[in-house]
Design a binder for this molecule. Structure first.
Ligand code: SAH
Length: 227
């Protein structure tokens, strides 16, 4: 069974529309939709906003539904001049930009205990998504995706995150899903379509483009399932 997580209704609606033989189970307030999409067994969930909801959703998918891998599909702010609204970021790794024990001499983003900053995405899934994006003809980049419990909307914070982690996109859930997958040794991948520039008019852009960006991300996920 493949796990697919979106943070918001708009990020899972199209995928759920394509699901057949759907049954729903609710755990910890999250609805898990089990069924077949493009002939593949899938459990699909809207986790909610931020790292804690994302982590509990991923852990539930692993423990209760025994997923073999997890894909996180959704929207993000861009951190690079190479990605604009509607373009696609495929994570090579995830980092948590708000994890900060640097006053103790640690590097920014260090996940103490497992002692890594970057949580690598599954290479095979990344390559498959890269291929899907190329075939779909969308402008896309592979690179680290940065996660934190904040909507990034200033050039100062955007620059700090991209300079510190070399990340191409910023959002609020992928790094938590990656963290859960890492400690459980479950392969994961992240598809994020740009909804805003993470600076300047980010709030306005986000409101205007979130729906379209989420639909593009779902389309990439559907193509990947069918491949
Ligand atoms: N109360 C709002 C919160 C949305 S937060 C709601 O419930 O709809 C924005 C969402 O889009 C998060 O899930 C995050 O992963 C993603 N996102 C898009 N642009 C972002 C940005 N510039 N910074 C951080 N997250 C962003």
């Amino acid at each position: 069974m493949i796990g697919i997580i979106g943070a918001m209704e708009v990020e899972i609606a199209h995928l759920r529309d394509q699901m057949q033989d759907t049954r729903v189970e609710t755990v910890s307030g999250i609805d898990f939709y089990c069924g077949r999409i493009r002939g593949r067994e899938v459990v699909l969930a809207k986790c909610g906003i931020g790292k804690v909801f994302a982590a509990l959703c991923a852990q539930t998918m692993i423990l209760k539904f025994g997923v073999e891998c997890i894909v996180n599909s959704g929207v993000a702010g861009t951190l690079t001049s190479e990605l604009h609204i509607g373009d696609v970021a495929i994570a090579t790794a995830c980092v948590q930009h708000d994890m900060d024990t640097s006053p103790l001499g640690d590097p920014y983003g260090l996940l103490s205990g497992i002692n890594v900053v970057e949580l690598p995405a599954d290479q095979t899934m990344v390559q498959a998504l890269d291929r899907v994006c190329r075939e779909a003809g969308v402008n896309h980049r592979l690179g680290p995706v940065a996660t934190g419990d904040q909507f990034v909307h200033t050039m100062e914070r955007r620059r700090w995150i991209s300079d510190t982690f070399g990340a191409v996109a910023v959002e609020m859930e992928a790094g938590a899903i990656a963290h859960v997958c890492y400690v459980n040794r479950v392969p994961f991948a992240v598809i994020r379509v740009i909804s805003d520039e993470a600076s300047g008019e980010a709030q306005i852009d986000y409101a205007s483009f979130v729906k379209k960006a989420a639909a593009t991300s779902s389309d990439i996920a559907l193509r990947w399932l069918a491949a």
